[in-house]
Ligand binder design. Structure first.
Ligand SMILES: [Zn+2]
Length: 221
């Protein structure tokens, strides 16, 4: 029965290459042509308010086929691409931080209305996929409490002001070592604000990771 169900699901919703959309077999991650696309494995510095500065680990530069994949993931109702990016996030975290331990993976939230409109939050799906790969639980530790302006046309300073007070951490964050996941890191304003909120709520450690990082000087999305 299980095989039949899987077989049927595979016919109805075949696995597709996250980069180009070509149908692939269920045991492949990308198509043959895209298999040469290598993970970029980046570190982006991220100023965290006054006292400390942290960084964000990102799997890819947000450009070319990666950018197209992320746009399909966000706007073309292809949430399955999140699974691929979650695995990429897990890979770079394992490579960069082999000795670091985490209690849970969490994600940058959207407002309820925004998530209802899209039907899913891509950052949560990426975080859940990364959690599965890293054998960690996923926990919702943040809530978006205020709608803010879309960030992409704002300067770094405007972004910082724009996200201030937009997120609050939930009490369950207390005492946890967390991996905080977002889809794209640009200036790091959102991740910094969320990190600060989690630390204020008693999180012991917050490490940030994103599927992709905007290319400096061309930070448009
Ligand atoms: Zn492909």
């Amino acid at each position: 029965m299980k095989m039949n169900r899987e077989w049927l699901l595979n016919i109805l919703f075949p696995s597709r290459c996250p980069f180009c959309g070509t149908v692939i077999s269920s045991d492949e991650t990308t198509c043959q042509d895209c298999s040469s696309i290598e993970i970029d494995n980046l570190i982006r510095p991220m100023p965290l308010k006054e006292q400390m500065s942290v960084c964000c680990y990102a799997a890819y530069w947000y450009q070319g086929v990666v950018r197209q994949a992320i746009l399909r993931m966000k706007f073309k109702e292809e949430p399955s691409i999140c699974t691929f990016f979650g695995k990429s996030v897990a890979k770079i975290v394992r490579e960069r931080l082999p000795d670091m331990t985490f209690d849970a993976v969490t994600a940058v939230p959207m407002t309820r209305l925004h998530q209802m409109r899209r039907g899913y939050n891509q950052s949560i799906l990426i975080a859940k996929s990364a959690a599965r790969e890293l054998h960690l639980p996923y926990r919702n530790c943040l809530r978006k409490v205020r709608h803010n302006r879309i960030q992409h046309r704002l300067t770094a300073e405007e972004r910082r002001k724009n996200v201030r007070g937009a997120y609050c951490a939930l009490p369950c964050a207390a005492g946890l070592k967390l991996l905080l996941v977002d889809d794209i890191v640009t200036t790091g304003a959102t991740l910094s604000e969320c990190t600060q909120q989690l630390l204020n709520a008693g999180a012991v450690q917050v490490v940030c990771a994103a599927a992709a990082s905007s290319v400096p000087e061309k930070a448009t999305d």
